[in-house]
Design a protein around this ligand. Structure first.
Ligand code: SIN
Length: 309
């Protein structure tokens, strides 16, 4: 019997609508149901698919409650013996954060493919239907596992994917690692291993999300000041990620405030604000190879684990 692929809908441009078919910018994300999106792809008709609407939002508004609901729903479906993989429709704007959260929490032995679009579903040449078809192909690929992203014919691993372009159809990149593979006429040509790792476990995300740790990102730049960091600490922030210049350098005024935060037992993680590459040297810390947004998710999970601990 053919394994079922579950499609979880969360909104995004892939489910967006615009008043004019030629308008790829002024549209509202998260308008069409995931069932509707599937119905728009006739080539999916013969497959064993099941759809569930988990959320309906513009991913700029992604929040902890939606992450919790999505992770729990995903965990439930992955545990089913009749399910071979899961596809998640999502906005591109915070997709890399969700992808990393799900990979770290579940590190699934089945494929989880996040899929998005850069044009609304009403566009003259909408990219969503092809991306969705490709995502299902990736979820059905033999041996597929882990959290990956499918967009514009390219497949990215959760740990590498970054949104690097605000408008072009190929909005994502995998930096130095390169893409995991490409989808050509329904077939995945894979260049690298699937994402793997030890799952932190869904239990980490249980409980009241209002009590999840508060982690903020601060950026070092010309003329940086420590006031924002001091205000955050006074307001009760639980952790800070500093998007540092170059190979991890921080403006002296900002550094002074960050030193005060560390002295007050608030963890401060450093990563580079450069779009690519990693921090090089000794004592670079746990976020050396992460983007600021990925590091923020990782620090959030680390603080949750410490509380559970
Ligand atoms: C969103 O992130 O929900 C809107 C933008 C997009 O999907 O490209």
């Amino acid at each position: 019997m053919q394994s079922k692929i579950v499609i979880l809908g969360t909104g995004g441009t892939i489910a967006g609508t615009a008043a004019n078919p030629h308008d790829n910018v002024a549209y509202t994300a998260g308008q069409r149901s995931v069932a509707d999106l599937l119905a728009a792809v006739p080539a999916l008709a013969g497959l064993s698919l099941e759809a569930e609407q988990v959320a309906q939002l513009d991913s700029k508004d992604m929040d902890f409650a939606t992450w919790q609901r999505l992770a729990q729903s995903l965990g439930r479906h992955l545990a089913r013996s009749d399910v071979g993989g899961v596809v998640i429709t999502h906005g591109t704007d915070t997709l890399e954060e969700t992808a990393w959260l799900l990979q770290r929490v579940l590190a699934p032995s089945k494929p989880v493919v996040l899929v998005a679009a850069m044009r609304p579903s009403t566009a003259l040449a909408a990219d969503g239907p092809q991306n969705l078809l490709d995502a299902v192909a990736v979820a059905r690929a033999p041996g597929a596992r882990g959290v990956v992203v499918a967009l514009a014919g390219r497949v990215h691993a959760a740990g590498d994917v970054r949104k690097v372009r605000p408008y072009r159809l190929d909005a994502f990149d995998s930096g130095d690692a390169g893409v995991l593979g490409v989808v050509e006429e329904g077939h995945l040509r894979r260049f690298r291993d699937w994402p793997a790792g030890v799952p932190l476990g869904l239990a980490l995300l249980e409980g009241d999300v209002a009590r999840w740790p508060w982690v903020e990102i601060v950026t070092s730049h010309a003329g940086a000041r420590g006031d924002a960091v001091r205000a955050l600490c006074a307001a009760g922030v639980h952790g800070l990620v500093v998007a540092a210049t170059g190979n991890g350098t921080v403006h002296q005024s900002l550094q002074a405030a960050l030193d005060e935060a560390v002295a007050a037992a608030i963890p401060v993680w450093r990563c580079t604000r450069c779009a690519g590459g990693v921090l090089v040297g000794t004592d670079v810390g746990p976020a050396a190879a992460m983007s600021p947004w990925q590091a923020r998710v990782e620090l959030l999970l680390t603080l949750l684990a410490a509380r559970a601990g």
